[in-house]
Design a protein around this ligand. Structure first.
Ligand SMILES: O=C(CO)[C@H](O)[C@H](O)COP(=O)(O)O
Length: 219
């Protein structure tokens, strides 16, 4: 099975979780794109009243298959949020933001009862941090936050020529073993100018669907 086929399998496995859900939270990335394709392929769009989307890219894809996109302030809290991840540890804590949508993803995850995370096997790790940790920052704070991150032992790299949907910038922090996700998430959250950090520890996933050669495992 290719990685893309695995992503599709994980996406299909999320469909039972959205049964009877009228307004859905939808994340961002290639695995989520498969999930959106599944909604169309399995003719589920008619059952869904609307979706809250974590990015412009996802919004466009949802609209293309006829799902109305609404604001979170309009929908209120959601029953289910489906999204991918860059890394998942055994506590269902995640690194997210490879696709740059971490802030909106964090908001929707926080506002949802159940966060269903869909991944292929390559995303599963014992300790978070092999994947560069994204931090969204107010542009003015970029160098300051980068210097603070160096003090924490990381190697910050500016995601050049990239502006988030919120008009901010991203620093990707390399070579930082995240042994204590909660503590590091709090610490980075507290740096002035940080919009959000891609550690999802304070709000981990509730269910992780991992596509493997042998089938989809539920964690
Ligand atoms: O956090 C994300 C976007 O901000 C994505 O969920 C993450 O990057 C995984 O992407 P993909 O499904 O393409 O591997």
């Amino acid at each position: 099975m290719t990685q893309d086929e695995s992503k599709r399998k994980a996406a299909e496995a999320a469909l039972p979780y959205i049964k009877d859900v009228s307004i859905l939270g939808v994340g961002t990335g290639s695995t989520v794109n498969h999930f959106i394709d599944c909604l169309a392929d399995f003719n589920l769009t008619k059952d869904i009243q609307g979706a809250v989307s974590s990015s412009i890219a996802t919004t466009e894809r949802l609209k293309k298959i006829g799902i109305p996109v609404m604001e979170l302030s309009e929908s209120g809290n959601l029953d289910v949020y489906v999204d991918g991840a860059d890394e998942v540890n055994p506590l269902k804590q995640l690194i997210k933001g490879g696709g740059g949508a971490l802030t909106r993803e964090k908001i929707i995850a926080g506002a949802s009862k159940q966060f269903v995370c869909i991944v292929d096997e390559s995303k599963v790790v014992k300790v978070l941090g092999s994947f560069p940790l994204p931090i969204e920052v107010i542009p003015m704070a970029r160098s300051y936050v980068a210097r603070e991150v160096v003090k924490l032992g990381g190697q910050p790299v500016w995601r050049e020529n990239y502006i988030t949907d919120n008009g901010c910038e991203i620093i990707d922090v390399h070579n930082m073993e995240i042994a204590e996700p909660l503590a590091l998430e709090r610490l980075i959250n507290n740096l002035a100018g940080v919009v959000s950090v891609g550690i999802f520890g304070l709000r981990p996933a509730d269910v992780v669907l991992i596509a493997k050669e042998s089938g989809v495992e539920t964690m």
